[in-house]
Design a binder for this molecule. Structure first.
Ligand SMILES: Nc1ncnc2c1ncn2[C@@H]1O[C@H](COP(=O)(O)OP(=O)(O)OP(=O)(O)O)[C@@H](O)[C@H]1O
Ligand SMILES: [Mg+2]
Length: 250
């Protein structure tokens, strides 16, 4: 499971994340939503340890990231917003490199082939990553995240640039990960997908959690009816926050 407690991140004087706390239980898919600049990527990058938090505690399966970094990181998989793969490796070498780094080489060949076939990258297995298209690189990043047996999977806008078949495969893999009791946190602007895929939604705005819960709970919070879509609820709650802030200033 993943637990984030009072996470704060300043980039110099920019406050990107302002005291965010939440949990993702085992077997749960949580959607991290919010307008551009809300702090979604920063939150995810703090959880992965790529970015040093200014304050707060991050625990992966009860392991404190700041205290036992290597052990915590081994349990994490991350699909970044903009993948930066090692371009001079072949596709298969890249996957092997990741699996070796995470010391999960058991049945590697078989698992790698299944993943590459799923994402229609098998024919490209001996080509340099450099030669892949943008969407193919995105799929490779997803394959890398799923090649090691992480218990917490973080995905930052993973559906952008991936073709419809790839999206379907990824959604299936996320569903399977949930059945395997993994914790999945996914940031996205695709509200219809979030609505179908996620058990719970967290809405961030200007570095603060403004709402959290199932779609029904959020609909109630936004005083909207049962047939309200996540898009209706999202726009209502973020606009409400804008209005409240506007009132504060005046
Ligand atoms: N490396 C950085 N240096 C300085 N400021 C940054 C950096 N990365 C992000 N920020 C700032 O932190 C805030 C949160 O950015 P972040 O990338 O976390 O937002 P986001 O919710 O992921 O947005 P988007 O939906 O556009 O991906 C923004 O004000 C942004 O300008
Ligand atoms: Mg982002």
């Amino acid at each position: 499971m993943l637990r984030v407690s009072n996470l704060v991140k300043y980039y110099k004087r920019t406050l990107a994340v302002d005291g965010v706390s939440f949990e993702v239980a085992n077997g749960e898919i949580v959607g991290l939503l919010g307008p551009n600049g809300a702090g979604k990527t920063t939150t995810l990058r703090c959880i992965t340890g790529i970015v040093q938090p200014t304050d707060g505690v991050i625990e992966i399966d009860g392991i404190n990231l700041a205290e036992r970094e290597e052990e915590a990181k081994r349990r994490l998989a991350f699909v970044p917003e903009v993948p930066t793969p090692y371009e001079m490796l072949t596709v298969l070498e890249h996957l092997r490199f990741i699996a070796m780094a995470y010391q999960t080489m058991t049945r590697f060949e078989e698992r790698a082939e299944a993943l590459l076939r799923r994402f229609e990258l098998f024919d490209k297995r001996n080509d340099l990553v450099l030669s892949l298209s943008k969407g193919m690189k995105q799929k490779l990043a997803v394959a890398c995240a799923f090649i090691h047996e992480a218990s917490v999977i973080l995905l930052d806008e993973p559906l952008i640039g991936i073709d419809p078949k790839g999206i379907r495969e990824l959604k299936e893999m996320i569903g399977t990960a949930r059945q395997e009791s993994k914790s999945i946190l996914i940031s996205t602007h695709m509200l219809d997908t979030a609505e179908r895929l996620c058990d719970r939604i967290i809405i961030l705005r200007k570095g603060v959690v403004i709402a959290e819960g199932s779609l029904e709970e959020l609909s109630r919070r936004a005083k909207m009816g049962e047939d309200a879509t996540l898009e209706d609820v999202f726009l209502s709650l973020t606009e409400e926050s804008d209005r409240v802030e506007g009132t504060d200033i005046s």
